[in-house]
Design a protein around this ligand. Structure first.
Ligand SMILES: [Zn+2]
Length: 263
């Protein structure tokens, strides 16, 4: 069966379908998950809370949002939208959605059914407040993407994690996967030339997906010291000790579009 987006219980060895009640979701075994005041669903398991990568902090989420509000990431959004060419009939999962900027903006433009998953509670809470028309879930998509097989026509991984097996499972036959990774010249003024991750990323998905398109989207912005500070603290935390000053900063993503390979 394809066509319906179904949420699954995230309890290990359960994974049965969840039924939505007013303020919670519950599975046939009685595992229950609350809907937060802001509207997101928390499917995080205890073993995920102990993860070494709990995701963005509230301060990092706020810093990133200020960068989005300055418009510096708008050309990246536009490049992703052009490549995706999503329509109203699509069902889209953003795995590692962060504060929801990309998924929420794309959904407003194209009108599709949008679902975002991230491990960071502050990030997903911010997403739910800003983009209430989308569904937002806190979960560890590295471990298990809490949706039924064939739920989505498109999966996005925008500078996020890459779980090839799970992305394949939740995609419908013929569905597309868009992966965005930092290009070597991303933030080059702040971190020098980075690694080219394209070949390794294609390799990660080669078994389950066929590469159908590949683009690089690059923009630069003249930023004040406060915005540079936000980048240092919200995107590359190891660089926190470096003093922020006004400068021109390059933002650059390699975009890879894959299609689920038929077996
Ligand atoms: Zn359950």
């Amino acid at each position: 069966m394809q066509g319906l987006v179904g949420r699954l219980c995230s309890v290990r060895d359960c994974h049965l379908p969840l039924v939505r009640e007013k303020r919670r979701l519950v599975c046939p075994r009685g595992h229950s998950f609350d809907v937060a005041r802001s509207g997101y669903i928390n499917l995080l398991q205890p073993q995920d809370r102990r993860s070494k990568q709990p995701g963005d902090t509230a301060a990092a989420v706020a810093g990133r949002r200020r960068l989005h509000d300055l418009g510096v990431t708008a050309p990246l959004l536009s490049g992703i939208a052009d490549m995706l060419a999503a329509s109203k009939s699509d069902a889209v999962l953003d795995a590692g959605c962060g504060d929801g900027f990309y998924l929420g903006s794309l959904a407003r433009q194209a009108g599709f059914d949008a679902h975002g998953v991230d491990i960071s509670i502050p990030a997903v809470d911010a997403a739910a407040r800003r983009y209430p028309d989308c569904e937002w879930i806190v979960a560890n998509a590295d471990r298990f993407v809490p949706y039924a097989a064939g739920s989505f026509s498109i999966v996005l991984s925008i500078t996020g994690r890459m779980n090839a097996d799970e992305f394949r499972r939740v995609l419908r036959d013929g569905g597309h996967l868009l992966v965005a990774i930092a290009a070597p010249d991303d933030l080059i003024e702040l971190r020098g030339t980075g690694r080219d991750r394209v070949a390794r990323t294609i390799e990660t998905f080669a078994r389950d997906f066929t590469l159908t398109d590949r683009r690089r989207v690059t923009t630069a912005a003249d930023l004040e010291a406060s915005a540079v500070h936000d980048i240092l603290h919200s995107i590359y935390r190891p660089m926190q000790s470096k003093p922020a000053e006004a400068m021109r900063v390059t933002f650059s993503l390699d975009l890879l579009l894959f299609q689920k390979t038929m077996r």
